[in-house]
Design a protein around this ligand. Structure first.
Ligand SMILES: N[C@@H](CCO)C(=O)O
Length: 581
């Protein structure tokens, strides 16, 4: 399929923004609209936008492109999330390289996704009649006519991203790529680039020149692990369980914020480490957000009759307090709508200019009926002198407060359907999937086994490993055009405290890709270390590129205006959150 892409009609540049979230990057990226693009699944999309950004300029030799691939919730705006790596004499040196970053399909930041217009009749034909579920139909009926893809945006793969991004490079005049660099989901794309495009001219089997000179996969894996798949599943379940999710047919102004926020909180924990949380927060007390744990005042008694009434009041108050404490963090409208200055408001403004109204998606705690198991008087009196008195606002740990802040912040910049789409895309990642070296044996719809090219039919697990070995071996020895294509230089980067994409996964890539180099970045921050340890990454990746791309570094620097805009407020904000909190 990849080999037919060069026959597709050329894209044209459009102004954008193409989605609500891409308006957060207004003026900071460009857009191409592809008349049509066929996904790995066989589904053909029409009118497909791809958001991208470039720095520096293409050399006359058209071979100095440096492709940056973003992670799960990143965007094409590298300055926004990898800014300290971008600049003269840094890794992404735009006086030597033509730095290009494209937003992946399915992301809310401008490329075709659940948040872009489905494109009317010319788009993928929606089949709305094949579902039996009334709830889905009802939500869908309310939603129809919105024009967004919503949950009907078809699944895309990392390979789809690589193929469409190659077309963006062609539009920009790139003939071969100096390097591809990216972390986590971006690292998956980095591994796929030379496998999808080993040769310079994909349409020509006689080509012997490689398309990509060097790749740097960071904090990634050759196939998404069971551990990562399980975390992604738990996060998707958080979104599904938000009543506002409505099977993905939610209105843009009423998204499942609480579910997405909870998903992000869980995800964030997988991006950091136990040690980093212990040292940063310990058991420090944090601020409860407004509205949580409100308690009733309890008056003083002046007579026995009054005392009984007051005891009743105290009991009620106590029950109220207990429920309020129990619901602390749930009761508060902690997931706020977009701020009044947010461009997202304008984007969603209806015909009358009405913008989002605040939505506390969790209903307030109802009046608490007398509990079936009553507290004894003694317990009432004991409780009344305990620190959790009615006048005391509930205290929470600063670690909790931090997570909530992260959840709130995330829902203001991301979309739940896109989150589901992208986590599924990562789950599908496996460099060996449907590749040379193995094929699946089927009887009707049942997979009965796997057979290797050699004719051996090993146990399934072994077959998977063998397929992986074979594919990674292709990276190190020759392309699918046997013996003709030089492999790219490979630097595998690992974060030593990464508990999500654990170091053995990068070590495996290093071991299977002959001639590859390996570096372990020292960091106690866990997986997100690849977005935080700028100095080490600048040093190690920079040294690798200087060594492997010597001819480019020997050339006189290109004359470029200092193009880097200082990003005052990062949309992505991983660094800001860690260092400022
Ligand atoms: N924290 C990053 C990395 C995930 O791998 C993100 O949100 O995209």
């Amino acid at each position: 399929m990849a080999h037919n892409d060069h026959l597709l009609p050329r894209p044209r540049e459009i102004p954008g923004p193409t989605s609500p979230q891409s308006s957060l990057l207004a003026g900071r990226q460009r857009y191409l609209l592809f008349p049509r693009f066929t996904l790995e699944s066989g589904i053909t999309l029409t009118n497909v936008p791809v958001a991208f950004k470039t720095w520096g300029r293409l050399a006359d030799t058209r071979d100095n492109a440096l492709v940056v691939c973003h992670a799960l919730t990143g965007s094409a705006d590298v300055e926004d999330w990898w800014g300290p790596l971008l600049g003269v004499d840094k890794v992404f040196d735009y006086s030597r390289f033509f730095v290009v970053c494209c937003n992946v399909l399915g992301s809310p930041y401008g490329s075709a996704s659940s948040c872009t217009q489905a494109g009317g009749e010319s788009s993928w034909a929606k089949d709305g009649d094949d579902t039996a579920a009334d709830a889905i139909m009802q939500a869908k009926m309310q939603w129809d006519g919105q024009g967004w893809w919503g949950p009907e945006f078809p699944a895309t793969t990392v390979r789809d991203d690589v193929r469409i991004q190659k077309l963006v490079l062609e539009f920009l005049g790139v003939e071969s790529v100096a390097a591809v660099v990216g972390g986590s989901m971006g690292g998956m794309a980095v591994l796929e680039w030379p496998l999808v495009f080993p040769t310079r001219w994909p349409g020509r089997t006689d080509s012997t020149s490689r398309y990509i000179q060097a790749i740097v996969p960071l904090a990634t894996s050759a196939r998404h692990s069971a551990w990562c798949i399980s975390w992604a599943e738990a996060q998707r379940q958080s979104i599904y369980s938000d009543p506002l999710f409505k099977h993905g047919y939610y209105l843009p102004a009423e998204p499942p914020r609480n579910g997405l926020s909870a998903a992000r909180m869980a995800a964030l924990l997988t991006y950091r480490s136990r040690d980093s949380f212990e040292s940063r927060f310990g058991r420090r007390v944090g601020k409860a957000l407004k509205g949580g744990g409100a308690a009733l005042p309890v008056p003083d008694a002046h007579s026995e009759a009054q005392a009984k009434t007051i005891d009743d009041q105290r009991r009620r108050s106590l029950a109220h307090d207990a429920a309020a404490a129990h619901n602390e963090g749930n009761l508060s409208p902690r997931v706020k709508p977009y701020g009044s200055n947010s461009p997202l408001n304008g984007y969603f403004a209806g015909p009358n200019g009405a913008s989002l109204s605040p939505t506390a998606t969790t209903p307030p705690v109802p009046a608490v009926p007398h509990p079936p198991t009553e507290l004894s008087d003694q317990a009432v009196h004991e409780r009344l002198v305990e620190p959790f008195s009615p006048s005391t606002a509930p205290e929470i740990f600063s670690a909790q407060s931090y997570l909530r802040y992260q959840g709130d912040k995330f829902v203001r910049r991301f979309d739940a359907n896109c989150y589901i789409h992208l986590t599924r895309k990562m789950d599908s990642h496996d460099v060996a999937r449907h590749r040379w070296g193995w094929r699946v044996l089927r009887t009707s719809n049942t997979i009965t086994g796997v057979v290797l090219d050699s004719g051996v039919r090993p146990e399934s697990d072994e077959a998977e490993d063998a397929a992986l070995m074979r594919v990674l071996d292709v990276l190190s020895s020759h392309g699918p055009v046997e013996g003709k294509v030089q492999p790219p230089a490979v630097l595998v980067v690992s974060i030593e405290s990464d508990g999500l994409f654990a170091p053995p996964e990068q070590m495996l890539i290093h071991e299977l890709v002959g001639g590859s180099e390996f570096v372990s970045v020292k960091s106690s921050d866990g997986h997100d270390g690849f977005l935080l340890e700028f100095e080490q990454i600048n040093a190690s990746v920079g040294a690798f590129l200087r060594k492997r791309l010597e001819p480019i570094y020997k050339r006189p620097q290109l004359e470029v205006q200092h193009e880097q805009q200082h990003v005052k407020e990062s949309v992505f904000g991983e660094v800001e959150d860690v260092t400022r909190w």
